[in-house]
Design a protein around this ligand. Structure first.
Ligand code: MCA
Ligand code: AMP
Length: 469
């Protein structure tokens, strides 16, 4: 089957099958727009896409996937440091940018291919091999610059088909969300899902409670921050009573938010768990039991296990916590030209180390308890590496030392907080400095000045002492 099977085959000409920020297209129109982009790519291997919240992003990504060109999404607000890294590291041969409207990035020196929403084509191409790369997504590790996660067409198809089965996701659905189009949640589930499975899509732009309420969808996606803001806006939450399914993922959903939403909407929130590297591996089913405190069961073909520090398997009786390891058809093909990171992230017998601490009950239900590494922060559902933010802070001439942590936050889950040893530079200057270098969501929300960072005898910063002293 084709990766974008519904888009490739639909004869439906009703308007606004896919709508992003008030700009829509029918299925047939979207295919013809994407075919025009595919014609422009002339067999390129790899193309970057400025992934703004715009129909042009959907058309650009779909066009590249129809052409068999791997897509490297670039956050539209990535500062020069992050953007240059992604473009250089991925060796993208060109950048797809909207032909009209505001383009934010500076891509000087790189060939630009405009995505022109007035151009259509009817060309049809053979489906590329399922083993070919579909996406290279950049994601943070604990240290250094983000790594490129190589995802095959086959892995994406397996993930979406598993979710269609678990959630009863069909062409009768109208999917609504307001997620960014450069990560798995918004792009793979939120765009490629509809293009493969045929549900209509309404992307509301910024994910405010009011916009979710007004959209009258059957299926809603959100990160916990979005759901907690909706739970705090009862009128908007009540409008979701007519939905079929509310799904939360990308970070832990506080139990109080899940139960509060259930009371307001009459709908329980289905949770699912995954990573950029593994796509979605565990989910509750729409037609099965729901538990506010747990993320569900492995999706078809996925195997999971808990291990101790020495990779020895632990019992699944719901009490023992261990690192969750996974394998199965949705896993990535590796980090782009980083064999040492590939080796470190897999066991010798081929399991992927998620770095998440979990329990598995006798009924197979998985509970995510936390993360093993404190240097990976989840804020608003975004994964942020402390090391990347520290490096950005240290590039400021007034900063001598920096340590970044995620402090608990009722809205964002965790809040990026920086401790700095600095001279003559204000908190807001440093926040803006990071926001200009990297995507704005990676900026510290607070900067605390300290005289010295606590270090152990070997000189390593003791982050736990920063937050407790
Ligand atoms: C604010 N802004 C700034 C500054 N401060 N710009 C420059 N300099 C500054 N100092 C801008 C921002 O760019 C943004 O602009 C606007 O102000 C508001 O930004 P912010 O304050 O960051 O918004 P927020 O309220 O904190 O956003 C909450 C959110 C967001 C909407 C929930 O965190 C979000 O979209 N999260 C989704 C993350 C996600 O999709 N993760 C999935 C990863 P503008 O208005 O232009 O935007 S995939 C994954 O995890 C797996 C596989 C899974 O399981 O799904
Ligand atoms: P990312 O690579 O940005 O997709 O982030 C993946 C990480 O998000 C996982 O390793 C988990 O720590 C976290 N995560 C995703 N979904 C959930 C969930 N439903 N509950 C708790 N944590 C989650």
């Amino acid at each position: 089957m084709r990766l974008l099977s519904w888009l490739s085959e639909s004869v439906d000409e009703r308007p606004d099958a896919v709508q992003v920020n008030d700009r829509g297209a029918s299925w047939v129109e979207l295919r013809r727009l994407a075919a025009a982009v595919a014609d422009d790519l002339h067999g390129l291997d790899r193309v970057a896409v400025e992934a703004s919240t715009d129909l042009a992003t959907v058309v650009g990504v779909a066009g590249a996937l129809l052409a068999g060109t791997a897509v490297v999404p670039v956050p539209p607000d990535a500062g020069p440091r992050e953007r240059d890294h992604i473009l250089r590291d991925s060796a993208a041969e060109a950048v797809l940018v909207p032909a009209h409207g505001k383009r934010r990035g500076d891509y000087s020196g790189r060939p630009l291919i405009p995505v022109d929403l007035t151009r259509r084509a009817d060309s049809i191409r053979p489906e590329p091999d399922p083993a070919e790369t579909a996406l290279i997504l950049y994601t943070s590790g604990t240290t250094g610059a983000p790594k490129g996660v190589v995802l095959s067409r086959r892995a994406i198809a397996a993930c979406l088909d598993g979710l269609a089965d678990a959630w009863g996701w069909t062409p009768d659905d109208l999917l609504v969300h307001g997620l960014p189009l450069f990560h798995v949640h918004g792009l793979v589930l939120g765009v490629l899902g509809p293009l493969r499975l045929g549900s209509r899509l309404q992307h509301v732009g910024r994910p405010t409670p009011e916009r979710y309420a007004d959209a009258a969808g059957s299926l809603y996606f959100g990160v916990p921050t979005i759901w907690s803001r909706i739970a705090a806006a009862p009128a908007a939450a009540r409008a979701l009573r007519s939905a079929r399914l509310l799904v939360s993922g990308s970070a832990a959903l506080p139990t109080a938010v899940g139960t509060g939403l259930a009371a307001l909407t009459g709908r329980r929130v289905v949770q699912r768990y995954g990573m950029t590297e593994t796509l979605i591996t565990v989910s509750a089913r729409a037609d099965g039991p729901h538990r506010p405190d747990a993320v569900g069961l492995p999706l078809p073909g996925v195997r999971t296990r808990l291990v101790d520090d020495g990779d020895a398997p632990l019992p699944a009786h719901g009490e023992t916590m261990g690192e969750l390891q996974v394998r199965g058809p949705t896993l990535f093909d590796g980090y782009l030209h980083r064999p040492e990171a590939d080796a470190a992230s897999h066991t010798s017998d081929g399991w992927f180390r998620t770095g998440d601490v979990a329990t598995i009950g006798p009924d197979g239900w998985h509970q995510i308890v936390g993360r093993a590494a404190t240097d990976l922060i989840k804020s608003g559902g975004y994964r942020i590496g402390a090391g990347e933010v520290e490096d950005a802070l240290l590039a400021h001439p007034g900063v001598r030392e920096a340590a970044v942590v995620g402090l608990p936050d009722s809205d964002l889950g965790q809040q990026v907080t920086a401790y700095v040893v600095s001279d003559g530079v204000t908190e807001s200057e440093l926040i803006d400095f990071v926001a200009r270098q990297l995507s704005a969501h990676k900026r510290p929300r607070q900067v605390r000045r300290v005289d010295a960072l606590p270090r152990n005898a070997l000189g390593k910063v003791q982050k736990s002492r920063l937050t407790t002293e």
